[in-house]
Every structure is written in C-alpha cells, then in structure tokens.
Design a protein around this ligand. Structure first.
Ligand SMILES: NC(=O)c1ccc[n+]([C@@H]2O[C@H](COP(=O)([O-])OP(=O)(O)OC[C@H]3O[C@@H](n4cnc5c(N)ncnc54)[C@H](OP(=O)(O)O)[C@@H]3O)[C@@H](O)[C@H]2O)c1
Length: 274
C-alpha cells in the first residue's frame, strides 16, 4: 500500500522499485545481490509482515520478515554504501500515555507485530550508520486493504456496523506519508521521528466520518469495546504520536479528515467508489 504510493509520489529522482519478487528480505543473499546490482543512494524499506492478528498465530513469520528482514536490508545497505530509511509503527507503545508519544519515550509493545517491528528498529540501529526511522500509524490508501475500504464494503451489505471506540490513534493517508518520506530522504534526514496525519480519533469516530464523507450515513455505527471485540492481538488504547519531531524538520501533514476526503476522491477517480 505505502510502497505503491511512494513510487507515484517520487517522480523526479531515479527510483528503482523492488517487490518480494525481486528479493525476499528474509534471504540475506537475495537482498545483497539486489543492492549490489542497483547500488542506490538510499534504500527505503516499506516491506513488512503487516497482519497484526496473523502475527500472534505466526510469530516466526513476523520476526523473519520484520526483524531478520530489516537486519538483512540494513547489513546489505551498509555494505554497498546506501543510506537507509525504515518505516515503523505506533504499536511499539503500550498505550498507557496521556499525551502523544515522543520518539524518545520508552517502548513496550503489547503484541507480536509490535515486538517484531521493535526488533527491526534495533537491527537498523545496530547494523547501519546512516539511518532514518519513521514511525507511523493507522495507514489507509487506495492500493491495499485498509480500514476505510473494509468499512465501505461492510456498509454495502449491513445496515449497522459495530466498531471499537476505546482505541485512539491517528489515521494516516499513505499518499501524504509517501510525500513526507520523499521529502525526508531528499533532506537527508537522520534519527527516529514520528510521521502521521494531524489530529486523532477512535476507530468508531473514524468509521462514522468515513460513512459521512462517502454519503453512506444511513448506515449506523455502534460503539463497542476492545474487550467485546476480542481480537487475537492486544492493541494499545492510545497510540497518538507527537509530531514535534516532524515539525522540527519543517514538515507538516494535513488533518486526517482532509486526508480522508482526498482518499475518497482518489477512490472515486479510480472507479472504486460511486
Ligand atoms: N498498515 C498500517 O496500518 C501500518 C501502521 C503503522 C506502520 N506500518 C508500516 O508501514 C509499512 C508499510 O505498510 P503497508 O500497510 O503499506 O504494507 P502492506 O500493504 O501490507 O505491504 C507490505 C509489502 O511487504 C511485502 N513483503 C512482505 N513480506 C516480504 C518479504 N519477505 N520480502 C519482501 N517483501 C515482502 C509485501 O509483498 P508481497 O505481498 O508480495 O508479499 C507487500 O508488498 C510497513 O513497514 C508497516 O510495518 C503500517
């Protein structure tokens, strides 16, 4: 989802797309030969095992991709003199904070996915000397399966949806994140920072706004709790990321509600929403 938008947003520099067909990041040799062949100035690692509940059932797979994969890319990038950009997650935090998380705040992931991404971050820091880690949250975009798409699909067949109201975070449009990554790389950014759309909400509020903006407000949304939803992976109750580190680099993303409007417009232009 993010990788596709990144390629579209990054027109003027020379960009070499790489998918899992070009290199399985679990395989250090495949990664080394890809980077030795292409010799990029920057390597942007967006690939990950992103199935949060699936990671509980299959922790080996989550760690193989998100931790060992990140280590393989970090080592290969260091070897060929490429700087490294790594995309990480708000699910590193345990959600007990009462104000937005800063990059320096202690991490304590509640689920296997978060633990595997934390191990990925460590691998980047330990195996590379010129890196930038951007943590983001609640991604949505037109090139992948995401929450707004699921809500819109569910609304086609159900008059009433039940959505969790006690988890708060910041929805982030992959197109906006892609532009920020492009600008950070062009600005030779280093260190750990947080990149999300502005504002925050619960999944319940997000669902209501999706249906309102899509003109489907005849479908009602009922709030439920995390406990009632009983998903395999624990999720933080509050994972809003402070954007001070982004603003300090002169970058600012629009409010998630405006980003949602742009997403729905894009869906309509692609004929995926009437
Ligand atoms: N989605 C979110 O809400 C969210 C929130 C916070 C952070 N993030 C982070 O943001 C980044 C982008 O997320 P996304 O939602 O755009 O991801 P996505 O749509 O799930 O795409 C992940 C990509 O990784 C590739 N991949 C998986 N295993 C691989 C392997 N072993 N070798 C090479 N490629 C592999 C997949 O390729 P195949 O399909 O061919 O396997 C897929 O193209 C990830 O680092 C994720 O951890 C996501």
């Amino acid at each position: 989802m993010l990788g596709t938008d990144l390629l579209q947003e990054w027109e003027t520099d020379e960009v070499i797309p790489a998918t899992s067909q070009d290199a399985d990041i679990r395989d250090s040799q495949q990664v080394r030969s890809l980077l030795a062949r292409t010799r990029p100035d920057w390597t942007v690692l967006t690939a990950a095992y992103t199935d949060v509940d699936g990671s509980e059932r299959n922790p080996e797979q989550a760690f193989a991709v998100n931790a060992t994969g990140a280590e393989n890319v970090a080592r290969a990038a260091q070897e060929c003199g490429s700087r490294l950009f790594f995309v990480s997650t708000d699910y590193l935090f345990d959600g007990t904070a009462t104000r937005p998380y800063e990059p320096e705040d202690p991490i304590a992931p509640l689920n296997v996915y978060g633990q595997s991404k934390a191990a990925g971050e460590r691998a980047v820091r330990e195996n590379h000397t010129h890196w930038c880690i951007a943590r983001t949250s609640w991604l949505f975009g037109t090139s992948g399966v995401c929450f707004p798409e699921k809500i819109l699909r569910a609304a086609e067949s159900r008059p009433e949806l039940t959505v969790v109201a006690d988890q708060v975070g910041s929805p982030t449009f992959t197109r906006d994140l892609a532009q920020a990554i492009r600008d950070l790389v062009r600005g030779d950014a280093r260190g750990t920072l947080h990149v999300t759309n502005a504002g925050s909400c619960s999944w319940f509020e997000f669902a209501r706004e999706i249906l309102r903006q899509a003109g489907r407000d005849s479908v009602s949304v009922l709030p439920t709790t995390t406990a009632e939803a009983a998903r395999p992976a624990k999720r933080p109750a509050y994972s809003v990321l402070s954007l001070a580190s982004l603003h300090a680099r002169g970058l600012r993303l629009r409010h998630w509600r405006d980003a949602l409007t742009a997403y729905l417009k894009e869906l309509r232009e692609q004929g995926k929403l009437t």
